[in-house]
Design a binder for this molecule. Structure first.
Ligand SMILES: NC(=O)c1ccc[n+]([C@@H]2O[C@H](COP(=O)([O-])OP(=O)(O)OC[C@H]3O[C@@H](n4cnc5c(N)ncnc54)[C@H](O)[C@@H]3O)[C@@H](O)[C@H]2O)c1
Ligand SMILES: [Fe+2]
Length: 375
């Protein structure tokens, strides 16, 4: 398969074997010492070894102490590793967790305020300038789109809240999208991460505001996710399906510059409070959210229904049928959430900024009801 290059605005190299371009990309940026940011799962899957091999004789240190759902300490430890190695560039390898951590490590090497002061919800982007070491992203899941996104998500020690830090200066200089690196994902990770991509496209398309470019990209990504996620789950070595899902993930993240919605506000506390995988949290909450939004944006949701499952009676049924097809079973209760958790979860979900762009205004009580509907 021939490699293709896109710039939107990140430079992206896409195709099977794209990893082979890595060393040249590092050199083209004029950089000499690499900190690879990863997690233990991608080390165990053998992906990091392929990345260090692709870096050849460029002096490289691997920092793999990133948690699924990164916490502040991962950032602090990563900055220490960057300094010890005297690195001048970060190559992040993995799912959204290492990709986000890599951005925030890069930020914190040159920006010295406490991380909560950079919180997007309080206008923290105003404190972020261009002096951030360059980042190359190499996704190994097809979900978050963090490889082309401008945000890093981290749970802060001071608040215990999953916090979005957002700035154009956190964009990767180059993203290398090599579908071969995603085939080792277990089926449940493929399904959950793919659901995150699908949710980004759906929520971006449905979010408040007028953004025709984001809308068009969101619909294109939604079509890819609807057509290829089940194939990627059931045929892990199908590189066409893996590549299509990488495109859907990338498109979702480009589209959600427009905004997301209540589903992401519900999902974030499920990760910070209950340790649930982010994509799974979205999959479990999305049916209740689309049902809640149905009267506010009937035409948009009808368009989504036709894309996801034209045979379904309504958008809620379409999302549930799709979720079942990719092997995600049960509701929140089957995944360890109880009725007693809802008060705390809904308070945290209300503090989260994503629901502000939900097509229908969402109160704290609405969020509690949505959790209950998703139980
Ligand atoms: N920056 C953004 O815009 C954005 C958007 C959505 C979500 N997020 C964040 O991203 C994080 C979730 O990222 P994710 O869904 O990609 O999951 P993840 O990065 O946490 O990875 C999930 C698990 O899969 C393993 N894994 C990853 N790739 C693998 C591979 N190829 N083979 C075998 N195992 C593999 C990892 O080691 C990990 O154990 C959350 O913290 C979430 O909040 C960020
Ligand atoms: Fe997400």
């Amino acid at each position: 398969m021939a490699l293709v290059s896109w710039s939107f605005p990140t430079s992206i190299v896409f195709g099977n074997g794209a990893l082979a371009t890595l060393a040249d990309k590092v050199r083209a940026l004029g950089k000499k010492r690499v900190l690879v940011v990863a997690d233990r799962g991608v080390v165990a899957a053998g992906v990091v070894a392929r990345v260090t091999a692709a870096l050849g004789d460029i002096p490289t240190r691997v920092f793999d102490a990133v948690d699924p759902n990164p916490v502040e300490k991962n950032v602090t430890d990563g900055v220490a590793a960057f300094r010890e190695h005297q690195a001048d560039i970060i190559v992040s390898v993995g799912g959204g967790s290492p990709l986000d951590a890599g951005k925030l490590i890069a930020l914190a090497t040159t920006h010295h305020r406490p991380l909560q002061e950079y919180d997007d919800a309080i206008g923290g982007d105003a404190h972020i300038g261009p002096d951030v070491p360059p980042i190359i992203t190499i996704p190994t899941t097809a979900g978050t789109g963090s490889e082309v996104g401008r945000s890093g998500v981290v749970t802060l020690a001071a608040t215990g809240r999953k916090t979005v830090i957002f700035s154009p200066y956190l964009l990767a200089k180059v993203a290398i999208l090599d579908p071969e690196l995603t085939v080792s994902m277990p089926a449940n990770v493929t399904a959950a991460t793919g659901f995150d991509a699908l949710t980004h496209c759906l929520e971006a398309y449905c979010s408040k505001g007028d953004h025709p470019m984001a809308d068009a990209i969101a619909l294109g990504g939604l079509e890819l996710a609807a057509d290829f996620l089940a194939k990627a789950v059931n045929h892990p070595n199908d590189l066409e399906a893996r590549g299509a899902m990488m495109k859907a993930a990338m498109m979702g993240a480009v589209a959600f510059q427009k905004g997301l919605g209540a589903c992401h506000s519900l999902a974030h506390p499920l990760s910070s409070e209950k340790g649930m995988h982010h994509g799974l949290a979205n999959a479990l909450c999305l049916p209740a959210v689309v049902a809640f939004n149905a009267t506010a944006i009937p035409e948009r949701l009808e368009r989504c229904r036709k894309i996801i499952d034209a045979g379904a009676k309504d958008i809620e049924a379409a999302v549930i049928a799709f979720r079942t097809r990719v092997g995600i079973q049960g509701g929140l209760a089957a995944h360890g959430v109880t009725k007693a958790d809802i008060e705390k979860l809904s308070a945290k979900a209300f503090e989260d900024a994503c629901h502000r762009s939900n097509p229908k205004d969402t109160s704290r009580e609405d969020l509690a009801k949505l959790y209950e509907a998703a139980l």
